[in-house]
Design a protein around this ligand. Structure first.
Ligand SMILES: O=c1ccn([C@@H]2O[C@H](COP(=O)(O)OP(=O)(O)O[C@H]3O[C@@H](CO)[C@H](O)[C@H]3O)[C@@H](O)[C@H]2O)c(=O)[nH]1
Ligand SMILES: [Mn+2]
Length: 349
């Protein structure tokens, strides 16, 4: 499966560290194109291991390419990765952090995470009715008795959210009280997250169909100069889930696993997350009550409507949300610039 799709996939990596982790992924990633977003000091030279096909952007490149719209791309936060989603021309994106390595399944076999994501994304989802044997499209499984035949075709899958062995994706307070917690539990399952249910999306091991949902996969303004960090993937997860629910697309979570090796500093994380720990009590009810109008028929239209509603409902919580809503609009302007349909000249594109 993976080999046949390699012209349709970009791998996006945000980094403030080293790219040595790519050695571990070489057999799996070498056939693909990498888009690397170098965060922090743009004068620092980073080394991409030999043999990988890649493009690399630092902050100066982002400023030059986007001009005044560059202010919608975060600096000093993993949220900068969404610049890669913007400039990609591929159908599928896989994004991974630079401290993630190849995990092994319980039989000891190395997991080709990208291949599994592509399988998840190219098979339908079932958001309207839960299958108690989980993924009905998996070999050796099917829809159970009582599953309506009218729903067995499923819907297109827009997002595949993979998990992590070793260091779990905890918030800072949980990291502080459970510093030794390690995830050793391999659950052999892929689930469609039901329509109307939100989830905490983590960008460490995430794939999506850029054509279906890319415009809504915006990681917000976080980090440098902002009162919030580390809510980049949460925000994008809530936005994409409500847009998928509205447009009739599916979101899956579960397999594949990778190995997350490095716990980020919980004290530093607490500083970054602090406001978010309060604001999430307002943000989540907002997303739970969002209703997108019928006239919104694609991800861009839904996203602009979401920006409008976020300003109205979350602006009173803190002025930050007015700026975030403005940045969401700028993001869509940039998205439309980069993803304009090819101009037709004399009948040929
Ligand atoms: O200023 C920064 C900080 C980090 N990065 C790159 O982003 C990813 C994730 O960073 P890190 O491993 O430090 O963070 P975790 O706490 O382990 O990861 C979770 O936090 C999420 C929210 O930001 C993230 O998606 C989760 O996976 C690494 O590649 C860093 O190099 C950066 O570019 N700029
Ligand atoms: Mn990490």
């Amino acid at each position: 499966m993976a080999r046949t799709l390699n012209g349709e996939v970009d791998i996006v990596i945000p980094t403030i560290r080293s790219l040595n982790f790519l050695e571990d992924w070489r057999p799996f990633f070498e056939p693909y194109h990498l888009i690397i977003i170098q965060d922090g000091d743009p004068t620092k030279e980073i080394k991409v291991p030999e043999g990988f096909d890649y493009e690399l952007y630092n902050r100066n490149d982002i400023n030059r390419i986007l001009g005044p719209k560059a202010n919608c791309i975060s600096f000093k936060d993993g949220a900068c990765r969404c610049f890669g989603f913007l400039v990609s021309k591929k159908k599928f994106i896989y994004t991974i952090d630079d401290d993630c390595f190849v995990a092994k399944d319980p039989s000891g076999k190395e997991i080709d995470a990208l291949a599994k994501h592509l399988e998840n994304l190219t098979k339908p989802s079932t958001p309207y009715y839960f299958n108690t044997l989980y993924d009905p499209y998996r070999e050796g499984a099917d829809f159970v008795r009582g599953y309506p035949f009218s729903l067995r075709a499923g819907v297109p899958t827009a997002v595949s959210h993979g998990l992590w062995l070793n260091i779990p994706d905890y918030d800072a307070p949980t990291q502080l009280v459970k510093p030794l917690d390690r995830n050793t539990r391999y659950v052999h399952a892929v689930l469609t997250i039901p329509k109307g249910t939100l989830y905490p999306m983590c960008a460490m091991n995430l794939a999506f169909n850029r054509e279906l949902i890319g415009a809504a996969m915006y990681f917000g303004i976080m980090g440098d100069g902002q009162p919030l960090g580390r809510y980049d993937d949460m925000w994008a997860g809530w936005c994409t889930k409500v847009v998928c629910d509205h447009l009739g697309y599916g979101v899956k979570t579960g397999l594949p696993y990778l190995w997350h090796s490095k716990a980020s500093n919980p004290f530093v994380n607490l500083k970054k997350e602090y406001n978010g720990l309060f604001w999430q009590e307002e943000m989540i009810p907002f997303f739970q009550s969002v209703i997108l109008p019928k006239k919104c028929t694609n991800a861009q239209e839904c996203y602009l409507e979401l920006a409008k509603q976020a300003k109205e409902k979350l602006g009173p919580v803190d002025p930050y949300f007015n700026n975030l809503a403005d940045a969401m609009v700028t993001w869509i302007e940039a998205w439309e610039e980069f993803n304009a349909p090819a101009k037709v000249k004399n009948g040929t594109a």
